[in-house]
Write a protein that binds this ligand. Structure first.
Ligand code: COA
Length: 328
């Protein structure tokens, strides 16, 4: 049976670290508050001259190197981001140029923190239908440039970085078993960037006076929906494959908030440390990059062995959510 399989992973993070103590000097907050409410201890922040494409290119090169394929062999590049280098062209096209993937079609995908799962889902469909054999899926963000550094409700949560995976066609029973993606647009304005699109174009008023080009969020609403949606996405994946949570070797959830991760893991009954991947204390919420960065760390540190059942579970603005189940 023709399947898609991840043959290489890579990630890239800015060197600059912003700790909770650093944030104490910027807004009225404390390390204790941030740690107890979110689990985050520090996040990485892009420096001047570093862009979403900077990290996407680096993560992609590392994923290609691991897979052993050349950039020219890629048929498709899909990049999930809500913080592209420019409104257009697609950041994926910049990546295509930088890595020399001259035979690939390249486009960006906007599904917020679910961007990587959405990308994986599209890659899987292209591969299963025979339209593509080698696809690069990337999640990349520089959220620090759309975070309001005067808003303590949001600025403590987010970080920058990128993760990428090379997906290849393969025969056999390892690889992606299923992907499921969902949206609930009735909450579109619960987590969003109101300005700098065409509803509120960039003007002195929208950008400077009304601060509309920064992330706005109803934290409690997002929290409630995230837990329910991630449970639904995970259960749908397991049911579709005739599995139960006890079959899962490693759950890699979107790294938004430790309390969201713990509540989801508890509902699923996947609470053991060795079955639950967590790294948000180091990076905060990197949106579409969070799952591929985690996947790369889990891969390189040997957390996944051949035959392991790995469950990816995402939730983000839109709302969007989704899951991917694979046999490693
Ligand atoms: N430091 C100190 N106090 C803070 C603070 C901060 N950084 N941010 C908010 N507070 C205050 C609030 O102003 C509020 O004070 P008040 O009671 O005087 O009004 C108090 O802390 C409690 O706020 P509340 O919103 O109830 O806290 P919470 O326990 O819900 O935690 C979040 C807030 C944002 C951490 C939590 O709602 C959350 O994580 N939501 C999901 C966000 C997310 O993951 N988004 C991305 C999804 S992909």
């Amino acid at each position: 049976m023709l399947r898609s399989r991840i043959t290489g992973t890579g990630s890239s993070l800015p060197e600059k670290i912003l700790t909770n103590s650093d944030l104490e000097l910027m807004v009225e907050t404390s390390d204790e508050w941030i740690t107890s409410r979110t689990g985050i201890k520090q996040r990485r922040i892009a420096s001047e001259g570093q862009f979403t494409s900077t990290f996407a290119v680096e993560a992609s090169r590392r994923a290609l190197e691991m897979s052993g394929i050349k950039a020219e062999e890629l048929d498709l590049i899909i990049l999930g981001t809500v913080t592209p280098d420019f409104p257009f062209p697609a950041t994926a096209c910049i990546v295509q140029h930088e890595i020399g993937a001259v035979n690939a079609a390249a486009f960006d995908l906007s599904a917020a923190c679910s961007g990587f799962i959405y990308g994986l889902s599209i890659a899987d469909k292209y591969i299963r239908t025979g339209e593509a054999r080698k696809v690069l899926v990337i999640g990349a963000e520089v959220l620090s440039r759309v975070v309001d550094w005067t808003d303590r409700n949001t600025c403590i949560l987010f970080g920058d970085g990128s993760g990428a995976a090379v997906i290849e066609a393969c025969e056999g029973d390892t690889g992606l078993l299923s992907t499921h993606i969902f949206s609930n647009g009735s909450y579109w304005n619960t987590l969003y960037q109101p300005g700098c699109g065409n509803r509120n174009p960039a003007t002195n008023r929208s950008v400077i006076d009304d601060r509309l080009c920064f992330i706005k969020m109803e934290g409690n609403d997002v929290f409630k929906h995230a837990v329910r949606a991630m449970e639904e996405a995970a259960c749908t994946a397991l049911a579709a494959n005739g599995m139960t949570p006890s079959d899962v070797s490693l759950l890699i959830p979107h790294q938004a908030n430790l309390r969201i991760i713990d509540a989801t893991a508890k509902r699923l009954g996947i609470t053991e440390e060795e079955r639950l991947f967590v790294n948000l204390h180091n990076y905060g919420n990197t949106s579409s990059a969070s799952i591929p960065i985690s996947l790369d760390e889990a891969n390189r540190s040997g957390r996944m062995k051949p035959g392991d059942i790995v469950l990816l579970d995402a939730f983000g603005g839109g709302f969007t959510y989704g899951s991917a189940l694979m046999r490693w």
